[in-house]
Design a protein around this ligand. Sequence first.
Ligand SMILES: CC(C)(COP(=O)(O)OP(=O)(O)OC[C@H]1O[C@@H](n2cnc3c(N)ncnc32)[C@H](O)[C@@H]1OP(=O)(O)O)[C@@H](O)C(=O)NCCC(=O)NCCS
Length: 164
Amino acid sequence: MIELQVLTPDDWGRWRELRLAALAEAPYAFGSTLADWQGDGDREERWRARLSIPDSYNVLAELGGRPAGMVSGVLQPRDGTVELISLWVGEQARGQGVGDRLVRAVVRWAVGRGAEAVRLAVTPGNAHALALYRRHGFEDTGQLGDEMPDGQRERLLVKRLTAG
Ligand SMILES: CC(C)(COP(=O)(O)OP(=O)(O)OC[C@H]1O[C@@H](n2cnc3c(N)ncnc32)[C@H](O)[C@@H]1OP(=O)(O)O)[C@@H](O)C(=O)NCCC(=O)NCCS
């Protein structure tokens, strides 16, 4: 059974554990690196600040009572869209609907916040993530995002929530 929990800054330890696992396991998928969040970068106030981003929604998924995945939505004040970031499902939990639940949760939250769209960035070679996003109605904007550590440029995808 998949259960979702919405985290507060006091849950920083649980977020930290999964996020470090995500950065170690899938460095190709994220703009941040494991090195950014280790050593001097690995401080309670920094993790708390990450979970205190204004208008953010930070979710942890458990599968069979064990931490299995994570995602965030962040409402962008400049254009009223929500950015979906930090999606990760642990290897043991893949292919069991956890990614679907996490994406759906952010989309629902975005609708509740009155957002016009959900946006995200994905590396072109990340076929599993692209398939998941397409299944949820995300479309390629044709725009390129940041350069990743391996030199590839991210692709920007959008899911519109209202007509027009
Ligand atoms: C993308 C991701 C969230 C998908 O999670 P998920 O819940 O397994 O998603 P799906 O259920 O849609 O996976 C569909 C299939 O692909 C397989 N799969 C998914 N991701 C895989 C991966 N990285 N490597 C190998 N197989 C993978 C699943 O096992 C499943 O196979 P099945 O249908 O034979 O059972 C997860 O792979 C992940 O965390 N990847 C690394 C981080 C990442 O890419 N995040 C997105 C950044 S934009």
